[in-house]
Design a protein around this ligand. Structure first.
Ligand SMILES: [Zn+2]
Length: 308
């Protein structure tokens, strides 16, 4: 599942590519991916043909002005009083191509993160929404598991979006200080630190990959209860949040979970994981064999020598 660094990679790429592009036509191949209004949509959902048509009609003829992020939600500002929200959830992918790139790639991409995966021509059966621009460029939304969504919200209703109401602080903002982190953890005293890091109410954008990496670099075991951590240990955890996420952004995300960048390439953060996904392999820091444990239904990897 894409986490903050992956979503930021998508945001930065699309912000450069989409600016001032005018939408000519929107094609929705799977209705349930799109919706209108601030209300949350469930995974078991249905959109009427009327909603689908309205979704396309509201966007056609408009320009994308900029793309930003709140937590793992992408926010596309379009001209007029609307915004387009998008959440990639498990396997959502945006792929953008202009005429030059389409010519170079033949619109073929490796949408699965395996060297052996075939090149697939877009749009494919996993392409649920396509934006065609007036200058001949195209934005594809692929989603194999279909948990992601695109939602149009009036700018005045952004504050009513349920997801945003539950979001805690942005970890890369200056306002996210040790005091803020410590205070929000007060409500999670008995929670294992890894699950607290993955709780969007405490801090947004951190999932399975980056929580494992943060705790490795902080030398703290993932199952330690929050109230068992000394101030020094808590400071070590906090101190690794920004650098580890920034490293993920630097390497344009981790493609372990079929994450693909908008240019169709993979992120390279996966090569810099010390523990995540490295069970039974030697730790990059000390050579000890990486172990794993189950926490909240997720596998968590750690170095038994360096983490305490
Ligand atoms: Zn180690």
């Amino acid at each position: 599942m894409p986490e903050l660094p992956e979503v930021q990679t998508v945001v930065s790429a699309l912000n450069l590519k989409l600016k001032s592009r005018k939408i000519k036509r929107v094609v929705v191949n799977l209705g349930k991916i799109v919706s209108i209004g601030p209300q949350t949509v469930s995974n078991i959902r249905y959109s009427s043909q009327k909603t689908v048509n309205e979704f396309a009609r509201l966007l056609e003829g408009r320009k994308f002005l900029s793309v930003r992020r709140r937590g793992k939600m992408l926010i596309f500002d379009v001209d007029g009083p609307l915004s387009l929200l998008a959440h990639l959830k498990m396997t959502g992918q945006f792929i953008f191509e202009d005429k030059k790139q389409a010519k170079r790639t033949g619109s073929k991409y490796r949408i699965l993160n395996k060297l052996t995966a075939p090149l697939v021509k877009l749009p494919c059966k996993f392409t649920h929404v396509v934006f065609y621009f007036t200058d001949g460029s195209t934005l594809y939304y692929n989603d194999m598991r279909q948990f992601g969504y695109l939602r149009i919200v009036k700018d005045e209703d952004i504050g009513k979006v349920k997801e945003f109401q539950n979001y805690g602080p942005e970890p890369l903002e200056k306002t996210f200080t040790f005091e803020v982190f410590k205070n929000s953890l007060k409500a999670r005293k008995k929670t294992p630190i890894k699950l607290a890091l993955m709780d969007t109410k405490i801090v947004v954008g951190i999932g399975n990959i980056y929580s494992d990496e943060i705790l490795y670099h902080a030398h703290v075991l993932p199952d330690r209860q929050v109230d068992s951590l000394s101030t020094k240990e808590l400071k070590a955890v906090f101190g690794q949040i920004k650098p580890v996420l920034k490293m993920g952004i630097k390497y344009k995300g981790s493609s372990v979970g079929d994450f693909v960048r908008p240019d169709g390439k993979w992120g390279s953060m996966g090569k810099h994981h010390f523990v995540y996904g490295r069970k039974k392999q030697p730790c990059l820091g000390c050579g000890t064999i990486i172990e794993s444990m189950k926490l909240g239904g997720r596998t968590s990897s750690f170095c038994p020598k360096e983490q305490h």
